[in-house]
Write a protein that binds this ligand. Sequence first.
Ligand code: GLU
Length: 286
Amino acid sequence: MAGLTPRQAGGFVTRFAPSPTGPLHLGHAYSALLAHDMARAAGGRFLLRMEDTDSERSKETYEAQILDDLEWLGIVWDGPLHRQSCHIAAYNQRLTPLEARGLLYPCGCSRGDIRAALAAPQEGVPHLTYPGTCRGRDMASRQPSDALRLNLAAALDQIAPPCFSETGPAHRGEHIVDREQSLSQIGDVVLSRKGENIVAYFLASALDDADHGITHVIRGEDLFEFTPVQVLLQKLLGLPTPIYHHHRLIRDEHGKRLAKRDDARALSKFRTEGATPQNIREMVGL
Ligand code: GLU
């Protein structure tokens, strides 16, 4: 509960937001348990959200396994599960004010590039900063297969530099979104892709955090670098910004962070071998 004031603790709402693109491993277990423990300690709420907007990589079998693993860990979520894939049209509608402010442009660049930008950031996969090839295009030229990108420089010009509070161990403190760093490290992110009726992780996650009244986003440190663009989107759309808590990552014996495809550390494997939820807590240092 480090970093929380009594005022914040009164209305504490957090969430666990897995992408059902693989089985949960020890790193996810740590994230879910930490968020759950912090919510319960604060007398707050813990919500569960399935970030399944990547229709190609999300699988129902993974979702079923995730829910089963969470229940096994003793995690009880408040309210119904929010499945992002059921709300795609609503997310896309929220882009209207950004379009009206001239902050979006259509982009027909390669699918591989776009998919990399659309997917929830994956551990170990570097994020590609878009080179801006289509930035000069106007919305009227949008083709059915085009994605929509945020013109990040224009967005940063329209508002005062957004800021956010971080309570996680590595970056604790107040952060002002740095223009040059955002432009070079994040760039013009994809927000949606019309032809496939897909909305990007950045947008859906930022909207859900605001709409669900999330006061504290508790998630892995690998997502810290994407926080500025989410905070920027919240500011542009007049939405509240939560407090962020990026926690340490669970690493393997070589110091490498765990990946979805790292089946050796899948929770299901430990379960099959007879581990108890308490064993898992001890393994992740809780
Ligand atoms: N869906 C993301 C993931 O599984 C987490 C996003 C978040 O917590 O904001 O990595």
